[in-house]
Design a protein around this ligand. Structure first.
Ligand code: ADP
Ligand code: MG
Length: 685
């Protein structure tokens, strides 16, 4: 039987309706998808133990001879057992099969077989039930390196591996995706070799070769896809600014700038004189003062007759930016508007109208800025904060609002230090400004990890801080209680604290599910010091700026990523007061405790991010898929830096020759790129 890639898996033997459904849960419906379903890991069965060395209760594989013939007896209607004994030179054990009478003739007295299964019982009672077995030398159970696939209920390792094996002939017919020039230049294995060896490698070297090529290919597709997406928005020129003197703006500021802030502003002013649009990433740790640099850009745009847009990932942050911009720029005469999803339709309409008529110089907002109704009169500057939270397409959409043939200058702000290669991948060719200096007078936040036994002391400490006039944040991992885990939930816990622990305090609860108006009021009360303690979820993670707050408490700290905890910690220590971050955790895991200790021992955001990246990979690092990159099957953006660079280089060379990947010889590759970017497909065609 010949097999083709589009063929449905139910046409293969052994796949009935139930298994078809189970396979679908793994995202598998065709042979193509099955071959692209790579093992999670591999078991080394090149060295197999003797019987006496084999452990109990874990899958083991060993060779043994049938030392007592297998006999089947019926124990009741519909139930029979087949029993016998096997041994090697170290031990003899009993083996039982239920309802598998057909095995008896296949297990011949005096002959040797390879068995795979779990041993139960101890000492002389050790035995095995329903093991897999094969003749020595057959090589399905042993013979080397066995793939381990991610599974679902109703699908066993053996079944899945069998299915893949049956589909293997198709690997020979798979079309080569990569131009032979690339295979040669980067010494990549052929497609058939890769599919055979990623599933059933004969040696670890073969596996490494297969992996290398498949990773390269995936990274190349990613790189090509992003480049093609960018290409679509790179047409057009920017408005070059004539006036780039910042003196007047700087004089009006309530503080003097740090050297790093000044340097960043100068770098940007240099960009803005060009007709090539600015595309700059401003990286600076939490509290390093990125906002005022953004304000300088807005000010310059205004001086040169252009409008600006500033986009933030949350309602809360957008509102705060609006307030900050208003205080920094409002006095200069800039007209500033706010647009968020939680405003009424009427309010939104009025703001949109003002923006399109050019009656606003700066529009601050959330994703709401991206909707089609939002038009600008003369958009020259686009700024996004915590940019990694927006997808590729969302960024492009905002830039497109500059109008036909025009591109705005783009500034991206991030407190998450991203390794440069990864940044290039996500943001494209971009320049980098780094604020590596905190405003003067900042004291590092003292960080402690405590358990429940210190709760009473902590409560006394909270009271003390508040009596001294400070304010306190307490962050919980979830909004509502429920679920099996015992997590402190903001809503219930806030009520409990208010009623039972701190009745005399002014306490407020803040979480993402609340209405914008409510959030705004609570925020405002906190900013003004009316609320002394804020119990919240991570909505306050990004950007909240209340210098009087001096104590950050995080419940169930083990639930958070290190970068996230670092962000939370950055909410305090913004004023002149000594500040504290208390991480509460009852974790028993030494690994988790190590992570928390790593955080407590450093305030270097870059080191923390790298630690995080190592531990959790980029998907988690940026929040679940919030970086807007497609899901990768085999490549790991954190681990394969060298291959990543090679793939990017290859992508550039390919696109130089064939900018839209239209050449017939690139069609298979183009197909693959499109499949990877399924969700952005419209933008390719
Ligand atoms: P982030 O980089 O985390 O966005 P912000 O821009 O919110 O930091 O700035 C943090 C705080 O530091 C704000 O209260 C801001 O007013 C203050 N700040 C910024 N730059 C300076 C400076 N040069 N001197 C003193 N305070 C500053
Ligand atoms: Mg900020």
């Amino acid at each position: 039987m010949t097999i083709n890639g589009k063929q449905s898996l139910e046409t293969l033997p052994g796949v009935g309706p139930a298994r078809k459904k189970a396979l679908l849960r793994l995202g598998l419906s065709t042979v193509d998808e099955l071959l692209d379903y790579f093992p999670r890991e591999y078991e080394d069965r090149t060295v197999i133990p003797s019987l006496s060395e084999a452990e109990e209760e874990v899958p083991v594989c060993f060779e043994a001879m049938v030392s007592e013939p297998f006999h089947t007896s019926r124990i009741r209607k519909g139930m029979d057992v087949t029993k016998g004994k096997i041994s090697d030179h170290t031990e003899q054990i009993a083996v039982t099969f239920f309802n598998q009478a057909y095995v008896a003739p296949n297990l011949i007295y005096g002959e040797s077989y390879v068995f795979y299964g779990k041993l139960t019982g101890t000492g002389s009672r050790r035995q095995m039930t329903n093991p897999y077995f094969e003749r020595v030398g057959e090589g399905k159970l042993t013979g080397g390196i066995i793939p381990v696939y991610p599974l679902t209920a109703g699908i066993s390792q053996n079944f899945l591996a069998g299915l893949v094996r049956r589909s293997m002939p198709y690997a020979a017919e798979k079309q080569e995706t990569l131009p032979s020039m690339l295979l040669c230049q980067y010494q990549l294995a052929q497609v058939e070799f890769c599919y055979r060896n990623i599933h059933f490698p004969e040696t670890w070297e073969d596996l490494a070769l297969a992996r290398r090529r498949l990773i390269f290919e995936e990274l190349l597709c990613l790189s090509l896809g992003l480049a093609l997406l960018r290409e679509r928005r790179s047409e057009g020129v920017a408005f070059s600014f004539e006036q780039v003197e910042l003196g007047e703006f700087v004089c009006g500021l309530p503080f003097s700038l740090t050297n790093a802030q000044q340097r960043s502003m100068q770098e940007m002013a240099g960009d803005l004189r060009q007709t090539r649009p600015m595309n700059r990433l401003l990286q600076g740790d939490v509290g390093s003062g990125k906002t005022v640099v953004a304000a300088a850009c807005v000010w310059l745009a205004w001086q040169n007759g252009c409008q600006s847009a500033l986009m933030a990932p949350t309602d809360l942050l957008a509102r705060q930016h609006y307030r900050t911009m208003d205080s920094l720029l409002g006095a200069c005469g800039l007209r500033i508007g706010l647009l968020t999803g939680s405003m009424t339709e009427k309010q939104k309409r009025r703001v949109r109208e003002a923006a399109s008529l050019g009656e606003l110089d700066l529009l601050v907002g959330t994703h709401a800025l991206l909707t089609e109704e939002v038009q600008f009169h003369h958009l020259g500057m686009v700024i996004t904060d915590e940019q990694h939270r927006f997808g590729v397409m969302q960024r492009a959409a905002l830039s497109a609002k500059a109008g036909e043939g025009f591109r705005p200058h783009v500034l991206v702000m991030s407190a998450t230090p991203i390794p440069r290669t990864l940044a290039l991948m996500i943001y494209g060719e971009l320049d980098l400004s780094i604020i590596d200096e905190l405003p003067p007078g900042r004291k590092p936040v003292a960080t402690y990890i405590i358990g429940e036994d210190k709760r009473t002391r902590l409560n006394r400490f909270i009271m003390k801080q508040i009596q001294e006039g400070r304010q306190v944040y307490l962050v919980c991992p979830m909004v509502e209680e429920g679920g099996a885990l015992e997590l402190k939930a903001a809503e219930q816990y806030g009520t409990y604290l208010q009623n039972e622990v701190f009745p005399e305090l002014n306490l407020a609860v803040l979480h993402g599910k609340m209405k914008g108006k409510n959030k705004e009021h609570i925020m405002e009360d906190f900013v003004q010091g009316k609320v002394q303690m804020m119990v919240s979820t991570t909505v306050i993670e990004v950007g909240m700026d209340v210098p009087n707050a001096s104590l950050m408490i995080v419940e169930n700290a083990e639930r958070f990523g290190l970068s996230q905890l670092h962000q939370l910690r950055g909410r305090v220590g913004r004023g002149d007061h000594p500040s504290y971050c208390i991480l509460i955790s009852e974790t028993k895991s030494t690994h988790t405790m190590e992570r928390l200790k790593a955080l407590a021992s450093t305030t270097d955001g870059f080191r923390i991010a790298e630690e995080d990246l190592k531990l959790r990979g980029p998907g988690d690092f940026f929040g679940s898929r919030q970086h807007g990159l497609p899901q990768l099957k085999i490549a790991d953006l954190a681990g394969d830096m060298r291959l990543l660079r090679e793939a990017q280089e290859a992508s550039r060379v390919l696109l130089d020759q064939d900018p839209k990947l239209e050449n017939p010889s690139h069609q298979v590759l183009r197909e693959k790129v499109m499949r990877l970017f399924e969700e952005h497909r419209d933008n390719f065609t």
